[in-house]
Design a protein around this ligand. Sequence first.
Ligand code: SF4
Ligand code: F3S
Length: 106
Amino acid sequence: MAHLVDDKCIMCKHTTCVEVCPVDCFYEGPNMLVINPDECIDCGVCIPECPEEAIYQTDDVNDKWYKHNEYFANEWPNITEAKDPMPEYEQYSNSSEDKTKLFKAK
Ligand code: SF4
Ligand code: F3S
């Protein structure tokens, strides 16, 4: 079981999610955050904190976002304090399109 961040976070990065995580398992990339599924304790308190509804729970380790979150959690720095969202977030907020193509690894 794990909680994961998906493409709805891309270009928004509200970061309100990181403030509530009891085990500080969010990691920050250039235009999205990920959760380390090995550190997440599945408390679920981050889900309602995300205005983009980018956080969800799954049992499926083959889920599209599982390896993505796991991999980048080990590449990017930990983030524990909220900061301003991305400057262009309003343009990308609540988008129904798949934002995966906008993802930046570094
Ligand atoms: Fe952190 Fe809980 Fe969200 Fe997991 S479910 S990322 S432990 S707040
Ligand atoms: Fe991203 Fe939502 Fe957190 S947009 S940074 S998962 S509050």
